[in-house]
Design a protein around this ligand. Structure first.
Ligand code: GUN
Ligand code: FE
Length: 459
């Protein structure tokens, strides 16, 4: 047995595991043995009173990782919406509405990724930081550039992050800058295809930990031909799809004006709503849109913090979940100025409560908000882990046989960290303290597929 940091493939770990397999249920698995197979998949989750326990402990005695007192293991966070190239802008450029922000700040920044040295440095920093923050899976928008998009996938493969990477398609000359757009619909589709092939054939990606994504930026930046071509490509290659959907009054109104229908209906018409589609934001979904997403099995990346700055509204999360829409959480770096999914959980709770209560004190309390909108911290944590996994149709985000061992060890005793448990022993209280207080210093080990990818090496 050892308390040292190690890879956990073909090994076992004993500790206290906390996960939320459903939106309502937090499970606190004390003194539990988890065994991990040679490819990083969980083979057994064994409580202390399980009849198999003695034999399994004996079999793994030489290589068992026994986590110390005060350490709790959570599923790794699943960030369903990250603009990788926007990381240098995190915390900046939050003073303009979406349609201004894109042209004034964001397209010029993304255009810098024509320089692959800049791209390598920026992407390396982002992936290191997200792993250290406990984000074991990220669904990335890269840039319009084919080569820099391949490079983002290479960086994720090298650093061991589970990632889905999409070359951004944006070709409409009336909506995209001349120096930062696809030359034609054919070029947009061909470059998307080239990045898919690069990722699928990458010699160090045999386990498929990095996956390709068809990524029309959003309807306003694409021609009909490109949207049609990408829908056909999605049917042909069966890979994931992502785009922005009905994010703000302006973006939603643009699509209504252009097609006389909502984003969700238009995307469906182009063949872009599949079981493996994730739509960012989606604040202005109608009830019919929600039913359409539920029928297709498509998911929403709820980006609560970004929505405060750019979406003119709070996403009606509970209404969408009640209609059967799959939902996960996203940071939307850099529209959302935080690279932490712990923070995304908190903002999800906070904004849902503002939607429920309302915000204008001049209005009577009974007319101020939208009833039945608030979600609990357990629900937010579920969405940030198992919910994100479900939206991606990947076995991640909970501790169960067949799921990938993507996990974070949270050391609540770390003096440099932000958690103070005092004498708490109640599992629900410990969970809340962790979600509200955890800082990077508390994340002592981060594993993807049982491989150690980040941590302060002290657990
Ligand atoms: N809509 C189109 N592009 C973007 C982007 O980069 N960020 C956000 N938040 N919305 C978008
Ligand atoms: Fe976005």
């Amino acid at each position: 047995m050892t308390n040292g940091i190690q890879h956990l493939r073909d090994k076992a770990v004993i500790g206290t595991f906390i996960h939320a397999p459903t939106p309502e249920r937090l499970e606190f698995l004390a003194d539990t043995l988890v065994t991990i197979d040679a490819s990083g998949i969980i083979s057994a989750v064994v409580p202390p009173d399980d009849p198999r326990r003695g034999a399994l402990e004996a079999r793994h005695a030489d290589t068992m990782l026994r986590l110390p007192e005060g350490c709790y293991v959570l599923p790794g966070m699943v960030d369903l919406h990250v603009h990788a190239p926007q990381y240098p802008q995190l915390g900046l450029a939050l003073d303009a509405p979406l349609e201004v922000w894109l042209h004034k700040y964001t397209f010029p920044l993304e255009a810098r990724y024509a320089d692959l040295d800049f791209a390598a440095e920026s992407y390396g920093m982002l992936v290191d930081d997200l792993l250290a923050n406990g984000t074991t899976t990220a669904l990335y928008f890269a840039t319009q550039y084919r080569e820099a998009s391949k490079l983002l996938a290479d960086v994720c493969i090298e650093k061991g992050q589970r990632a889905l990477v999409g070359k951004v398609a944006m070709d409409d000359p009336s909506a995209c800058p001349e120096n930062y757009r696809d030359a034609s619909p054919e070029a947009a589709v061909a470059d998307t295809r080239a990045v898919i092939e690069h990722i699928r054939q990458h010699r160090d990606n045999g386990e498929g930990r990095v996956l390709p994504v068809i990524t029309p930026r959003f309807i306003p930046s694409c021609t009909d031909e490109t949207l049609k071509g990408l829908g056909a490509l999605a049917a042909e290659c069966g890979c994931h799809v992502q785009t922005h959907c009905s994010e703000s009054d302006w973006a939603h109104g643009h699509v209504l004006d252009r097609y006389g229908m909502t984003d969700a209906a238009a995307l469906d018409g182009f063949g872009l709503l599949t079981r493996k589609t994730v739509l960012a934001h989606s604040n202005f979904l109608t009830p019919d849109d929600m039913d359409r997403l539920a029928t297709r099995g498509s998911g929403v990346a709820h980006c609560a913090l970004s929505n405060i700055y750019f979406a003119n509204s709070v996403f009606p999360l509970r209404a969408a979940m009640a209609r059967g829409v799959r939902v996960g959480l996203g940071t939307d770096i850099s529209g959302g100025p935080s690279a932490s999914m712990f923070n995304a959980c908190l903002t999800t709770v906070q904004s849902s409560r503002m939607l429920e209560e309302g915000v204008d004190p001049a209005r009577p309390a009974g007319e101020r908000g939208r009833p039945e909108s608030a979600v609990s911290l357990v629900t937010a944590f579920h969405l940030a882990t198992a919910g994100g996994g479900d939206a991606l149709e990947l076995p991640i985000g909970q501790f169960a046989p067949g799921y990938h061992f993507d996990a974070i060890a949270v050391d609540t005793t770390q003096r440099q960290g932000g958690i103070r448990l005092f004498d708490l022993t109640d599992p629900a209280a410990i969970f809340e303290k962790i979600l509200y207080g955890a800082t990077r210093a508390n994340l002592s080990s981060v594993w993807v597929d049982g491989r150690l990818v980040a941590g302060n090496q002290t657990a």
